[in-house]
Design a protein around this ligand. Sequence first.
Ligand code: XMP
Length: 327
Amino acid sequence: MDFTSNKRPDDMARINTPELADAFIEEAVEAMRAQVGDGKVLLALSGGVDSSVVAALLIKAIGDQLTCIHVNHGLMRKGESEQVIEVFQNQMGANLIYVDATDRYLDLLAGVADPEAKRHIIGEEFIKIFDEEAAKLEGIGFLGQGTIYPDILESEAGVKAHHNVGGLPEEMQFELVEPVKLLFKDEVRVVGRQLGLPANMVDRQPFPGPGLGVRCTGAITRDRLAALREADAIVREEIDAAGVDVWQYFCVVPDYRATGVRDGKRAFEWPCIIRCINTVDVMTATVPRLDWDLLEHMTNRILSEVPGICRVCYELSPKPIATVEWE
Ligand code: XMP
């Protein structure tokens, strides 16, 4: 396999078995060692599938010549940053710089209601923080990146749809190390599993770069974001436990309130919308008919366990006309 080429060979077998993954890992490790030599590599590690697999490959190939930076923008799901630290720093022994930028982001986003402005701020701030951290390090010559084959195909076709956090500017003076750039997502997952990454990291659903920021609609407030994070964790836990076949599931907590009664007194709290979809390519999506008992159980848990939420709704809108995310 030619790791310098942007073209996947026509005869390249789909990596769908542990044996094929092992063969790929061996080849990639050798190629990364040859490229990097005794140089140093920096990697933005979000905890998503692609950056996690690249981190695990680089740790295997060059060990402590790799430095990972994980920026917690305060918009991660419950337990996500903690898992990045646990897996990569504690279990794999990686050099990991953890930046808790929660206050920085939430202060910048305070009062910003426009969805595009929110996405822009989140993306720009990521680049600033990454630059600041990179400037503190010496001798970095390479930048690891979780580019996968659909990214190459989409940018060639000019249709790159999402401006993602983690998208770094091209003028950065580093040579790129992109070991999974000829792989499709399903292959990246097989490789990740074979590298020993936890199932919930490898099989993760798509999660927007701006994170919970696009699901805490309008101007984000800390209390509403905290409610969203708790409700989201409950929905994930219950749908996982029920073992139902749903492609993507999450919550949205919009920026308006509804009337309720709590402990005999008037309450004026947020609604929480449960969003579930099934899809093949995410261009279109349908809404699964979730079991009523499951919906009721999630509703009861959210209403009793999450402060600030007094209503739960299940969204019925397919894509199109709705998009999957609310912003
Ligand atoms: P939409 O809302 O466009 O979502 O129907 C389609 C799929 O893309 C995910 N999504 C994102 N993924 N960065 C990403 O990596 C983003 O900014 C982003 N926005 C939406 C969404 O969760 C769904 O799976």
